[in-house]
Design a protein around this ligand. Structure first.
Ligand SMILES: Cc1cc2nc3c(=O)[nH]c(=O)nc-3n(C[C@H](O)[C@H](O)[C@H](O)COP(=O)(O)OP(=O)(O)OC[C@H]3O[C@@H](n4cnc5c(N)ncnc54)[C@H](O)[C@@H]3O)c2cc1C
Length: 470
């Protein structure tokens, strides 16, 4: 067994684990990092991400004002941190790491209420002292939707940005390998156990056991499995759900794309987006479906089809002329209240940094700073991501009330569908799902209720229908 020649072990090597390990090392702690370094990283969220650094364009018009204030405030703080985080990372890694400032959001007839969504995004930016400039869609470089889909509004957000997620992961890896106080164990952690001397022992799949006085869990959607194999530690953590996302990279697209273009939020996801990569390629994102963690490491053909067809239709059909270089699947870790978990668990030796859902690339430096504060100080500024907070699960009737239109959009595209038809389908889905969730008589209702108990979140509405049909 390795004795604790370190101050902290960070388990997990996605963007949150790497950023946390680097920040802890920069604050003078000796760090052991545990998790894969090489290989394809299939299922990892970080390498499948855009990565849009988007404090405002992730706002949805249906979000409550309190929620917008909380989330946008955290995301703005993270975006501001990026500007001071990148220069030392460039220096430590020797990589150029280009950040492309600005992002376009376009309103199209592919969304149900995009004009309202653009207003909500603009309001959020202005409320936080940032610019949001209205433009004619013709001003957006690279925007060239299909004839069947009209762009009717555009918003330029100079306070947002994009970065190449693969480049960022490589830079963090290089910076960590170059740091004298970081040791990297390339193995999967198989369990955590209390050990003598008040330390925590980590068993690994193909490396000796490791003991550490403090452990940070940054394993994304791997958390539930790791905790299931750690029965002797009482961490009292809420469950982590997985939002499966598919993205693609296309080259030789005959278009100029100086900055990213996106739609507002769509179908429980971050909308369609095209992000320029430093090597001239175009990143295309992204789908989002509640799924069992890491279940399928490859995209389904229908997911890839939806992704490429819809991005082409809404943003640029030039995409169809490019060459598909690759597609990735990533599982976004998220919680029942959709806020991250950051800080000490019920066992103060074990901390968690996870649940970043659609914003982990943006939030990484901020979360890393919070964890480093917890590791180095007894008095840490209050933040809304306390992992021991009470999380009240959503109730199905309220969830249906608010989110049913999104479910209807999955079946009937808003564009060209008579409102009356959408209304009929909404009523039908409402009545059947509500009935199944409450009626004890129908055996298929049991599957629906079980599914809802496991994941009482809006993203589960689709899974409820699937559970019913099975
Ligand atoms: C398609 C897609 C697009 C996205 N777009 C954006 C975007 O534009 N902007 C943005 O800010 N965010 C975006 N996100 C979200 C962001 O990628 C995630 O929030 C973030 O990457 C989560 O990071 P993580 O380190 O917690 O998890 P992950 O990146 O999934 O990393 C977890 C790591 O832990 C490792 N691990 C698991 N179990 C163990 C174990 N037992 N032992 C050791 N290691 C283990 C895994 O191998 C994995 O490498 C996107 C996500 C997806 C999927």
């Amino acid at each position: 067994m390795l004795r604790s020649d370190m101050d902290v072990a960070v388990v997990g090597t996605g963007v949150i684990g790497l950023a946390t390990a680097w920040e802890a090392a920069r604050r003078g702690l000796r760090v052991r990092l545990i998790g894969p370094r090489s290989g394809e990283h299939r299922g990892q969220a970080s390498r499948a991400a855009g990565a849009m650094l988007a404090p405002f364009s992730e706002v949805a018009a249906s979000d409550s004002p309190e929620r917008v204030a909380l989330e946008v405030g955290e995301r703005v703080a993270a975006r501001e941190l990026y500007d001071s985080w990148l220069p030392p990372l460039r220096q430590a890694s020797g990589r150029p790491l280009t950040l492309t400032p600005g992002l376009w959001v376009v309103a199209t007839t592919g969304g149900r209420g995009d004009a309202t969504e653009l207003s909500a995004i603009a309001d959020a930016a202005v409320a936080h002292g940032h610019r949001a400039e209205r433009h004619d869609p013709g001003d957006v470089p690279g925007l060239s939707p299909a004839r069947s889909c009209t762009a009717h509004g555009a918003l330029w957000l100079p306070g947002e940005a994009t970065i190449d997620s693969g480049e960022l992961m490589s830079a963090l890896t290089e910076a960590l390998l170059a740091h004298a106080d970081v040791t990297w164990t390339e193995s999967e952690a198989t369990g955590l156990h209390p050990s003598a001397g008040d330390e925590v022992t980590i068993t690994c799949a193909d490396a000796p056991r490791i003991s550490a006085p403090r452990v940070v869990l940054a394993v994304g959607v791997g958390l539930n499995d790791l905790l299931a194999n750690s029965p002797d530690l009482e961490l009292s953590l809420p469950p982590i759900l997985a939002g499966k996302g598919v993205s693609a990279v296309v080259r030789h697209v005959p278009m100029s794309l100086p900055t990213a273009i996106r739609t507002p939020m769509r179908d429980f996801a971050c909308g369609m987006h095209l992000v320029p990569r430093t090597d001239g390629m175009v990143y295309v994102g992204a789908t989002n479906r509640l799924s069992p963690s890491g279940a399928v490491p490859y995209p389904l053909v229908m997911e890839l089809n939806d992704l490429l067809r819809e991005s082409g239709e809404e943003l640029s059909t030039k995409l169809y002329e490019g060459e598909l270089v690759g597609a990735r699947v990533g599982y976004r870790p998220f919680t029942l209240d959709h806020l991250p978990l950051v800080g000490p668990t019920a066992d103060p030796r074990v901390l968690i940094a996870s649940g970043t859902y659609r914003n982990g690339m943006l939030l990484a430096p901020r979360l890393a700073g919070m964890i480093a504060d917890h590791l180095t100080s007894d008095t840490v500024a209050e933040h809304p991501f306390d992992p021991t907070r009470t999380i009240t699960p959503s109730a199905l009737p309220e969830t249906l009330e608010r989110w049913l239109p999104e479910l209807v959009d999955l079946f009937l595209p808003p564009q060209g569908t008579p409102t009356a038809m959408q209304g009929v389908l909404a009523d039908l889905l409402h009545q059947s799902l509500r009935g199944l969730a409450t009626d004890g008589g129908d055996p298929r209702g049991a599957a629906v209720r079980r599914t809802w108990q496991q994941a009482p979140v809006p993203e589960a509405l689709w899974s409820l229908l699937v559970a019913y049909l099975k």
